[in-house]
Structure formats: structure tokens, C-alpha cells
Ligand binder design. Sequence first.
Ligand code: SF4
Length: 369
Amino acid sequence: MKSDSNKIKKATISAEGLSRLISLKGEARQRLWEEAGKVQEKVVGKKVFFRGLIEFSNFCTKNCYYCGIRKDNRNIDRYDIPDDAILSAARFAYKNRYGSLVLQSGERSDDRFVERISRLLYEIKKLSKGELGITISLGEQTRETYKEWFKAGAHRYLLRIESSDEELYYRIHPRDEKHDYQTRLKCLYTLKELGYQTGTGVMIGLPFQTYEHLAKDLLFMKEFDVHMVGMGPYIEHHDTPLYRYREQLWPLQRRFEVALNMIATLRLLMPDINIAAATALQAIDPMGREKALKCGANIIMPNITPTANRKNYLLYENKPCTDEGADDCTNCLNVRIAMAGREVGYGEWGDSKHYRKKPPSIPPVGGRN
Ligand code: SF4
């Protein structure tokens, strides 16, 4: 079996080898997943870290072609959770020793929004005595805004490139100044330069996408030297422009398997980064996230958004856990994680080991644990 393991590792050296790994099926795929699981245990250990996810608003100023909460979709109820409800969700995460949370919303960059986020970050740090780590996922912003939010207490930022191939990027986004590929790249570099633990990710199984595109995405992550990744299968939403290409898509099961191949291959390519088990995996396979935890993923994002609003944050269809309370999510996750042979790192930030190798010059609020 040693020769299998060597062959798999060798394949990660070239774009062709990566495409081959990403497209594996059957027993060969199983061996890839096992190999990635072993590397994961050896390098980042068995621990899985929680990031309590608060999707606090579905107002968005952009129009990405794949997204159910895009600005032009008039068929959804828009919501914006009041600050006190966001803070009580943060208190829930703190009391339940989640270690970290994620604040996510549609993209806005008006002054009121920017100030509100700063205020919330300070408040969350205060209520948790600096102990909750905070990831934000609030899209493209100016350098000043990123700087202000870092100072206010956010220390991780997730900004998905969605596809690193410029041509494909413009097939899934309008080609205009609000959806500019170069701006997205620039934002990623700015975040890293400012000291954020920086994450990106892509969608897997998009129309027009090939294994070569996906291999290129992994090489992009390696070259950018990303600290963390959140990626999952593309799931079509009927109220979006990309829906008209649904006939061209891989079957859902194939998208799911290729997503796991991507996670496993990335774990081999970048052994010490953090990789999230995306919720979209569970939308296809009820045990999707657990399978991801076995083959490379080490981060899970329990949804702690107040239940009433969850059904309106549908970036894609059949999103799971939209009607469960946060407590239900915690209980079901504990069992699921143990079934995957992993354990929860309660009360820990669980920062990317890769980031810790080169820490930023300004330490994040609350220190590093
Ligand atoms: S993907 Fe993000 S920026 Fe694009 S429309 Fe959806 S919420 Fe807005």
C-alpha cells in the first residue's frame, strides 16, 4: 500500500496529476480519501473546531449569477437581524464553548454597515472577554474598512474567489465594475497583508467547469499561500440566471464526490491549513460533512442564526438545518463528529497551523490561543 501512497503524493506535484486526483472514482478515490485522512491526523490531529455561523442579513448589493440572495431576486423575504439578537447568538456560542464564530451577510459597504460591524465586533469581544475568535465573511471592502474591522477584533476573513479562472469567473458573475475579478484578487492580498488569517474557496461542479479548472483552483490556493479554505459543491437555485444551464451539470452525487476529492487533494497539497466541511455537502448527502471530516476537513460551522431567519438565507436550494434551533445543531453535531472518528476542540480558536507559522505583526484582540 506504500506505493499507492507514494503515487498519490507524487500526483500532487503537477496540474495534470491534480486533475487526475480530482476526477478519481471507485476504489482509487477511496484510497485518496484514506490517504488524506491519514495526513490530516498526522499534521493537524483529530480535532475539529467549531465556528458558530450567524447569517445576520440577506440584503446584498451584488448580483452573482449563482446566488439565491442576489440583489435582483425579488422572490425572497429580506431580513436583517437586530444587534441584540446577533449578540445573544454570540453569547450562545461563548457559553457553549464554540471557540469562534463567523459573521456573514450579503455584501454592503455603506458607512452605516461598516460602523455597525465594528460596533458588533467590539461588543462580541467584550461579552466573551476576548475569548471568542471571530471570522468575518462580508465580501469586498476597502483597505480602510478591513483595517478597521481587524482592529475591532476580527482576525479571520473568508472571501471566496469562487473560481480562480478569470474567464469562468465572468461566466458566473456579471462583467462590470461591481463584480471585478482583479478587485477580488486585490482584496485577498490586502487581507493577508493586514494580518488576517485569510480564507478563500470555490464552487465545485459549476456549469462550464472542468477538472482542469479545479486543478488550477488548487494551485491558486497553494500559490496564494492561503491559511484556510471553505469550498463545496455548487447547488443550483431556481431564481438565478445560472439555473438555465442546469441540464449541463454533473449529477448531484458526482458534484459531491468531486468536492470530497478536492478536499482530500488539498489536504495533501497543503497539509497544515484549515479546511471547512461546507454545509452544502450535507444538502446532497445527510452524512456529507462527516465524510469530509474523514478525508481532510477539520472545521465545521454549526448554524446559530436565529431559526426564524434561516429559511431566507438560501444561497442554494435544499439547504439543511434551516428549521432546527442552535441547541439541536450542537447535539447532532457532537454525535456526527464522534462517528467520523474526530473530536471537538471545545473552547479553542483552532487557528490554522499554517497561519501560526507566520503570525501577523499586530496580534489579534484577545491574543492567540
Ligand atoms: S454570492 Fe455574496 S455577493 Fe454574490 S449575490 Fe450572493 S450574497 Fe451577494
